[in-house]
Design a protein around this ligand. Structure first.
Ligand code: ZN
Ligand code: ZN
Length: 398
């Protein structure tokens, strides 16, 4: 039996004639493509671009019905112990004007210190028998957890400025009391934050007030089989971004704490590669995630994305090649650095390992992998193939 690594560069594939993968100098990835198998990966297939949360759940071989809502991934990803029945949201500290219109969805991106001080004031709130807990994560980002209720409710984040934050509405009759409690919480937050000395200071300095919380992605834990149960394997996650750690925790992977792994453009790639090496000592399977490729594409910066791919080639690939494991590299979806959005085009895929054979002459980009023998893999097909090649898969109907 071998060991397997699934390495996701978020939003890896791209659009246009000169894609970041075509521009980047990445001899090690090209070497692996030429000495391994190549093709494409598309989570949903059929021309649909997924969000990153569902895309990772599908990668791990789960389905849409297992999707718990983004708030759950965020809560788990920042280390909260979410309990069955609790409702979790991702949330932002934001700024609204006197008429309640959103003027800054991120309240001027306050420092962690300021945001933490503000969140202390709204950390606990009770309405009837609903108890709200508000947790600060980074900058303007929060997680809000209700002790009970329904996740069948609408968001209060308008996702744009210049309009009022919408009230929370129930999507089914049973969700009525939860929506009412959420609206009471939002009123409490606004009134409490408006009177803070910090906000008087911020106005004096010309900074936006921190006087609102915008809630999105309500969700509750669902019962899903763990990765261990599903595949009979010990799995670990090496990632920086909370969402990816959250998906991994949701399916029961061990989430490793890697120093300097931020999920940002400044992430410590060498520490992550070393994290994979350490993890493989005690685990059969490691999920490795790098976020910044997607972030550069959202910023419409194809050159930044190409540079990030080069950094990965120089800082991560030497360790991965050294490990002589079964390795798949792809994106959870493509992200267009021309449009700044997720793209429905498939991402280039390569699988390398001691005995997998080769698609000679292949290189790792949108054009060359078209000749590869893997074709376009969808959903859980990739993880099943990777585990099979590594001799880690269970035989179906033995
Ligand atoms: Zn993604
Ligand atoms: Zn994205």
């Amino acid at each position: 039996m071998g060991k397997a690594v699934l390495f996701i560069m978020d939003g890896l594939g791209d659009e246009g004639e000169r894609t970041p993968l075509l521009m980047a100098y990445k001899p090690k990835m090209d070497f692996l493509a030429g000495s391994g198998l190549t093709g494409y990966y598309s989570a949903l297939g059929s021309g649909q671009a997924p969000g990153s949360g569902i895309a990772h759940l599908l990668l791990f071989g789960y389905s849409e019905k297992d999707y718990p809502g983004r708030g759950v991934f965020e809560a788990l990803g920042v280390g909260l112990d979410l309990k069955p029945g609790q409702v979790a949201f991702r949330a932002n500290l934001a700024t609204v004007d006197e008429k309640g219109r959103v003027v800054d969805r991120r309240a001027g991106r306050p420092s962690d210190e300021i945001a933490e001080e503000v969140v202390k004031e709204i950390a606990k709130f009770e309405y009837k028998d609903f108890e709200f807990s508000t947790f600060h994560t980074t900058e303007h980002r929060l997680v809000v957890v209700i002790n009970k209720g329904s996740a069948d409710i609408t968001e209060t984040d308008p996702h744009k400025v210049g309009v009022k934050a919408p009230v929370c509405r129930p999507l089914c009759k049973a969700a009525g009391p939860t929506a009412e409690a959420v609206n009471a919480y939002v009123r409490f937050v606004h009134e409490r934050l408006e009177e803070l000395a910090i906000n008087r200071e911020r106005v004096k300095k010309g900074l936006p007030k921190i006087n609102m919380v915008l809630l999105r992605g309500p969700g509750k834990l669902k019962r899903v089989p763990s990765f261990k149960r599903k595949y009979g394997l010990k799995a670990a996650c090496v990632a920086g971004g909370a969402l990816y750690k959250g998906v991994a925790r949701y399916v029961g992977m061990d989430v490793l704490q890697i120093p300097g792994a931020t999920g940002g453009k400044n992430t410590n790639l060498i520490a992550k590669a070393e994290g994979v090496r350490d993890a493989l000592k005690k685990h059969d399977f490691v999920f490795l995630h790098v976020k910044a490729t997607d972030s550069y594409a959202h910023d419409r910066d194809p050159v930044g994305k190409a540079r990030m791919i080069q950094r990965v080639d120089q800082e991560v690939l030497p360790t991965l090649i050294d490990l002589e494991c079964f390795l798949a590299i792809t994106g959870d979806h493509s992200t267009s650095s021309i449009r700044g959005e997720h793209s429905a085009l498939p991402s280039p895929l390569l699988i390398s390992g001691p005995s997998v054979g080769a698609d000679p002459g292949s290189r790792f980009d949108e054009v060359h992998v078209a000749k590869g023998r893997l074709g376009t893999m969808r959903r859980g097909e990739l993880i099943h193939l990777l585990l099979d090649l590594a001799d880690l898969a269970k035989v179906v109907f033995p």
